[in-house]
Design a protein around this ligand. Structure first.
Ligand SMILES: Nc1ncnc2c1ncn2[C@@H]1O[C@H](COP(=O)(O)OP(=O)(O)OP(=O)(O)O)[C@@H](O)[C@H]1O
Ligand SMILES: [Mg+2]
Length: 277
C-alpha cells in the first residue's frame, strides 16, 4: 500500500480536528476528500504532508513511517507536492521563478530553469513563463501552482480546493490537467473539494464528518457514465422497447424491418452489464 493511515488523530485542545482516520490509498490513485466546513479536511492534508505532527496514530507513505523519519523536510521536498486554494504564488516572481522555487539548493540554476520550463510547457504556459502572477488569469495562476507542485517529481500531490476560485470550464481544464499527470506519471493525487463535479471525476470519494470518515464511495469511470447516458438516450429507449422505425438505426444494423438484430441485442446486454457494476 502506498499510503496508509492508522487511527490518526489531531486534537487542538478540545477541538478534535481529525479523530481516528484509517485509510489506504494505492499508488497512482486519484482520490477526493469531501465533507462540511470544519470536518478536518485541511488538517488531514497537513498531517499527510508532514507539515504538522499527529496527536496519535500512524502514517506510512511509500513504506516509511512518518514518525521514524529523521529528516522530514527532505522527505517532504522529495516526495510530496502541494497545491493550495489560493495558490500561494509569490507576487514579484515570474511564473518560471515561482515554479523553480522548490528546487533551490537541490540542483544548479540551469537545471532548475530547464525543469521549471518543461513543466510550464506541460501545463500549457510556455508563452507566459516570464509573467508575474498579477499578469495571469485565475486558471493560469492555478496551472502555475500545479507546475510548481510537480517540479520535484513528487509521488504524492496534496491539493486543497485547487479549483475553489475557478469557473466551471476552467475547473474542468484543471481537472483534465491533473488527470493527465496522474496517468502519465502515475502520481497519486489527493484532492480536497466542495465541488461534486470535481469529486465525480476522481476514482474514489472519502467523506469526512467531525474528523472521522463518514462514508467512502467508488466513482464509476467516465466511460461507464457514457454508456449509461447512451442507455437513457432516445436510442437506448428504442433498443429497450425492441422496436424502431428509424431508418438510420436500420442502416447501423441495430434493427432490420423494425425488429432488433443480434447487434442490437448485444448493445442491450452491455446496458445490463453496466447496470450490474
Ligand atoms: N491550528 C489550529 N488550532 C486550533 N483549531 C484548529 C486549528 N486548525 C484547525 N482547527 C480546527 O479544526 C477543525 C477542522 O479544521 P479544518 O481546517 O481541517 O477543516 P476543513 O474541513 O478543512 O474546513 P473548510 O472546508 O472550511 O476548509 C475546525 O474546527 C478548526 O477550527
Ligand atoms: Mg479546509
Amino acid at each position: 500500500m502506498f499510503l496508509k493511515t492508522v487511527n490518526v488523530k489531531k486534537h487542538f485542545g478540545e477541538v478534535k480536528a481529525v479523530d481516528g482516520v484509517s485509510l489506504e490509498i494505492e499508488k497512482g490513485e486519484f482520490v477526493s476528500i469531501m465533507g462540511p466546513s470544519g470536518s478536518g479536511k485541511t488538517t488531514l492534508l497537513t498531517l499527510l504532508g508532514t507539515l504538522d505532527s499527529l496527536t496519535s496514530g500512524d502514517i506510512i507513505i511509500d513504506d516509511e513511517d512518518l514518525s521514524s523519519i529523521r529528516d522530514v523536510d527532505t522527505f517532504r521536498s522529495k516526495k510530496i507536492g502541494f497545491i493550495f486554494q489560493f495558490h500561494n504564488l509569490i507576487g514579484y516572481l515570474t511564473a518560471l521563478e515561482n515554479v523553480e522555487l522548490p528546487l533551490h539548493g537541490l540542483m544548479p540554476i540551469d537545471k532548475r530553469r530547464a525543469k521549471a520550463s518543461e513543466l510550464l510547457d506541460l501545463v500549457g504556459l510556455k508563452n507566459r513563463m516570464h509573467h508575474i502572477p498579477s499578469q495571469l488569469s485565475g486558471g493560469e495562476r492555478q496551472r502555475v501552482a500545479i507546475a510548481r507542485s510537480l517540479v520535484n517529481d513528487p509521488l504524492l500531490v496534496l491539493a486543497d480546493e485547487p479549483t475553489g476560485e475557478l469557473d466551471s470550464s476552467t475547473t474542468q481544464e484543471i481537472m483534465d490537467l491533473m488527470k493527465k499527470i496522474n496517468q502519465e506519471k502515475n502520481t497519486t493525487f489527493l484532492v480536497v473539494t466542495h465541488d461534486p463535479e470535481v469529486a465525480k471525476r476522481t476514482e474514489r470519494i472519502i467523506v469526512l464528518r467531525d474528523g472521522e470518515i463518514s462514508r467512502e464511495e467508488l466513482v464509476k469511470s467516465a466511460s461507464i457514465e457514457d454508456i449509461m447516458t447512451l442507455k437513457n438516450s432516445t436510442l437506448g429507449h428504442q433498443l429497450l422497447q425492441k422496436e424502431s422505425t428509424d431508418p438510420y438505426l436500420e442502416k447501423l444494423g441495430l434493427f432490420r424491418e423494425g425488429k432488433l438484430t443480434r447487434e442490437g441485442e448485444l448493445l442491450i446486454s452491455l446496458f445490463d452489464k453496466v447496470e450490474d457494476l
